[in-house]
Design a protein around this ligand. Structure first.
Ligand code: NAD
Length: 482
């Protein structure tokens, strides 16, 4: 059905070892044995990318448009097939898997259209007879390093603008989701992109990842993953002064105030905290509720959580699938103990679940009675756990929401326009939502965070050009004619 190898210089190639890809909904199922690249294959991929990029950077807009449209359309056409594959290996439900692959296609078609809209600036110099042209050129060879939680959409939101702006790529997907990576790579191979423009090297962060980030031959690194890995990548990038963009963890607050519509609040909280097993950088891992509605909100949350159906990702009635692997499940369960140990009260969930198939199932967990200093409320867990923090009033809620080292997304549930406006302006996050879950963003507008959630220019929409291009200022004297 798809290749299980690395893709270097237009060819599928073996590596020195292989790694099994296991279905988290049914751990008896091995989806495939995927070749892991050796460190020595990384320079080969970089050389191939450099060669391809030297041609691609001069490609006319319609050539880029055509190839990006092919990839985007193929992803949308095959979203059912590849969405099922994604759900099998990552564990998100089938509608989420299909929706993600479709969305990945939209990133490519969006950037295809953007290629045709690119313009430069022309202005007069302060010197008579001289014109100044400000244009954008590709950065060159970009290392793309991606996590496992959005196996197709996340690489797409990096690969599409990289290609659109004339760059070549060496992409290292996360080890837990090689099948989705290979599926995307197959679609790229089937397009008119030149061989070697996008190279895929599977392997661990310790080996293949390190070889990429420490290479002086990489012009730019775009990374999404954990804060710890981000810090290591920033260190490596500093040595070679490699251009860098990073999106990392968060501790996103959903604020519910006394004037909130509680049906909206509960639906946003359940969606933002637990869908995709809370394995979203935008998940609501803190829910800050003012005291007038605190108890009623908690009671309604509990009732809503009782109705959640957790099961095999491919089963039609499953609303939430399994946790991605045994390590993440163990981590989630350890935070249940950490939360309890610190004095928070577990209202419901938090235990492993048995289903018809052996998988990493867990009941989403709701804590109350915690304070914002607890580890549960400061550290990113990346699982279906959230804690309700009681606030005295809106000002207190805002202060709690902002009291974190992270700053990706935030949301307020309110019926007051002035409160919504105040929150939108005072929330110290890169993305802010009103009467919506903290997760769920569009592809045509910038995405990114503040503080330890992000580093470097924004991703997505037109803002992506800041990272994937470099600016050239040309002074042209028209001589006597000027
Ligand atoms: P991770 O940091 O463990 O791994 C991310 C990627 O980095 C993987 O491909 C991994 O192999 C690679 N890597 C690890 N060590 C490396 C090294 N030394 N050098 C180079 N590459 C290395 O993260 P994860 O567990 O795959 O994903 C979960 C994390 O991703 C969470 O913290 C989550 O918040 C974050 N995330 C953030 C966003 C966002 O946009 N802010 C989106 C999705 C996920």
């Amino acid at each position: 059905m798809f290749e299980t190898r690395n893709h270097i210089d237009g060819r599928w190639v073996e590596g020195p070892s292989t790694l099994p890809d296991i279905n988290p909904s049914d751990t008896r199922e091995v989806i495939g044995e995927f070749a892991q690249a050796g460190e020595d294959q990384v320079p080969e991929a970089i050389t191939a990318a450099r060669r391809a990029q030297s041609q691609w950077q001069w490609s006319p807009p319609e050539t880029r448009y055509g190839a990006l449209m092919q990839i985007g359309n193929a992803l949308m056409e095959r979203s059912a097939e590849f969405g099922e594959l994604l759900s099998r290996e990552e564990g998100k439900t089938l509608p989420e898997g299909k929706g993600e692959v479709y969305r990945a296609g939209q990133f490519f078609t969006y950037y295809a259209a953007e290629v045709l809209r690119r313009m430069g600036d022309l202005t007069d110099s302060v010197r008579p007879g001289v014109e100044v042209l400000v244009s954008r050129e590709p950065v060159g060879v970009v290392a793309v390093i991606t996590p496992w939680n959005f196996p197709t959409a996340l690489p797409a939101w990096k690969l599409a603008p990289a290609i659109a702006h004339g760059n070549a790529v060496v992409w290292k997907p996360a080890s837990l989701v090689p099948a989705s990576a290979a599926a995307l790579m197959q679609i790229i191979e089937d397009s008119d992109l030149p061989p070697g423009l996008v190279n895929m090297v599977l392997g661990s962060g310790r080996t293949v990842g390190e070889a990429l980030i420490t290479s002086p031959d990489i012009d730019a690194i775009t990374f999404t993953g954990s804060l710890a890995t981000g810090r290591r990548i920033a260190e490596a990038a500093a040595v070679n002064l490699t251009k860098l963009q990073m999106e990392m963890g968060s501790k996103n607050p959903l604020v519910v105030v006394d004037d909130a519509d509680l049906d909206t609040a509960v639906s946003c909280a359940v969606n933002g905290s637990f869908f995709s097993m809370g394995q979203k950088c935008t998940a609501s891992s803190r829910i800050v509720v003012t005291r007038g509605v605190h108890d009623e909100f908690v009671a309604r949350m509990q009732a809503a959580m009782d109705r959640l159906v957790i099961g095999h990702a491919l089963e039609a009635d499953s609303q939430i699938g399994p946790v991605v692997d045994e390590h993440q499940l163990a981590r989630n369960l350890s935070y249940i103990e950490i939360g309890r140990g610190d004095g928070a009260e577990l209202v419901c969930g938090g235990e492993p679940l048995e289903r018809a198939t052996p998988g990493h199932y867990m009941a989403p967990a709701l804590f109350v009675g915690g304070d914002n200093a607890m580890r549960l409320n400061r550290e990113e867990v990346f699982g279906p756990l959230t804690c309700v923090l009681r606030a005295d009033d809106y000002d207190h809620a805002l202060a709690l929401a902002n009291d974190t080292e992270f700053g990706l997304t935030s949301s307020i549930i309110t019926t007051s326009l002035s409160r919504a406006t105040h929150f939108r302006r005072h929330s110290r996050t890169g993305c802010v939502m009103v009467n919506l879950p903290t997760s769920g963003t569009d592809y045509h507008v910038p995405f990114g965070g503040r503080k330890n959630s992000s580093f470097g220019p924004r991703e997505q929409g037109r803002h992506a050009e800041e990272f994937y291009t470099q600016v050239k200022t040309a002074y042209v004297s028209a001589g006597q004619a000027g």
